[in-house]
Design a protein around this ligand. Structure first.
Ligand SMILES: *[C@@H]1O[C@H](CO)[C@@H](O)[C@H](O)[C@H]1NC(C)=O
Ligand SMILES: *[C@@H]1O[C@H](CO)[C@@H](O)[C@H](O)[C@H]1NC(C)=O
Ligand SMILES: *[C@@H]1O[C@H](CO)[C@@H](O)[C@H](O)[C@H]1NC(C)=O
Ligand SMILES: *[C@@H]1O[C@H](CO)[C@@H](O)[C@H](O)[C@H]1NC(C)=O
Length: 293
């Protein structure tokens, strides 16, 4: 992204250039989705971590100055952030970030997906760690842990709970099982389902699940479902997993909920029987568990 190579002066110039977009389109702020500072090919440049903080600082100052001058509603500055241990510790100056952002959108999904080094099934957004030996050993260090742990980690390192918005996926990950006889959690997979794609929308999930050949399984340790049929395996959310997540978010006093994403929910309602089934579940659960009634 172009942000990575700009000097300090143009950092402020960049921040200034954002304002007309906010004004002209009536946006309420800016969300940065930088995946991820000082990571990937920039891993050898740890100063990018600080540069990210400087970017947030420039935006915050510019937004606040602008608000003061024009008496506009305060513009929001938010950023989508990582949910794995090495990324959390490697990419962010958390206490400094906390000074500048209104909130972070924590991407607690894609925690498992098919990969060459992870050729097995796994939950997209497990709420708790499983009980298997694998969960307690290699997966723990392989940075694939439960969301309960991830949020604590952000808080321990300096983000305020009220600034953290918890990400809930509305899509599913698919896997292609090595053998249809082995269809549990952490079963070997050869890839994702190439017909469906790696990630599928809520509408497609409903379509698949309505087909009775799919067996739905509730993993009570991790508090999420999965389903399989033949050599196809999917990790998704259902009403129960969403209600449990929302209850946990509110009881633990996190700042809110973020979804990824609106446009992969069944907004037409053609396959799920109602429009916006996932967002409706989240909304209803929030109403049910909100301390303010
Ligand atoms: C970090 O910011 C400095 C100063 O703006 C710049 O010179 C440097 O190239 C940036 N580093 C990276 C890795 O982008
Ligand atoms: C914000 O306003 C202060 C006071 O007018 C000024 O010193 C500062 O340079 C401004 N910062 C930005 C980013 O506009
Ligand atoms: C993907 O899943 C669908 C639904 O189970 C199935 O009909 C299709 O054959 C699968 N595709 C592959 C390449 O396995
Ligand atoms: C799938 O099942 C739901 C719930 O029973 C139903 O409302 C919906 O119409 C079904 N969708 C299709 C495409 O059959």
């Amino acid at each position: 992204m172009p942000l990575l190579i700009i000097c300090n002066l143009s950092l402020y110039r960049f921040a200034e250039s954002v304002i007309p977009y906010l004004v002209d389109y009536g946006f309420d702020g800016l969300d940065l989705d930088w995946e991820f500072p000082a990571w990937g090919r920039f891993r050898s440049k740890p100063e990018q971590k600080h540069n990210f903080t400087l970017t947030l600082q420039a935006l915050r100052e510019t937004f606040d100055n602008y608000t003061e001058k024009r008496v506009l509603p305060k513009y929001l500055l938010t950023t989508a952030v990582a949910s794995t241990i090495p990324l959390i510790l490697g990419c962010y100056e958390i206490p400094e970030m906390s000074k500048y952002v209104d909130f972070i959108n924590l991407m607690t999904y894609d925690i498992h997906g098919f990969g060459k080094t992870t050729p097995f099934t796994g939950h997209n957004s497990p709420m708790y760690s499983g009980q298997s030996l694998l969960d307690k050993t290699i997966f723990y260090y392989y940075n694939m842990v439960n969301i309960d742990f991830i949020y604590e980690l952000w808080v321990e390192h300096g983000m305020k709970k009220s600034q953290i918005r918890v990400g809930i996926p509305t899509y599913a990950h698919t896997f292609h099982l090595l053998s249809e006889k082995s269809h549990g959690l952490y079963s070997l997979a050869t890839g994702y389902n190439t017909t469906l794609g790696d990630e599928i929308s809520r509408a497609l999930i409903c379509k698949l699940l309505n087909d009775t050949s799919f067996k739905q399984v509730w993993d009570k340790d991790c508090a999420v479902p999965y389903a399989y049929s033949g050599t196809t395996w999917i990790s998704y959310e259902n009403k129960q997993s969403v209600y449990m997540k929302v209850k946990w978010i509110l009881e633990n006093k996190y700042g809110g909920i973020m979804t990824y994403s609106l446009n992969v929910d069944d907004y037409v309602g053609q396959q799920c029987g109602e429009k916006w089934p996932m967002h409706r579940n989240i909304f209803n659960a929030a109403k049910k568990y909100s301390p303010i009634q």
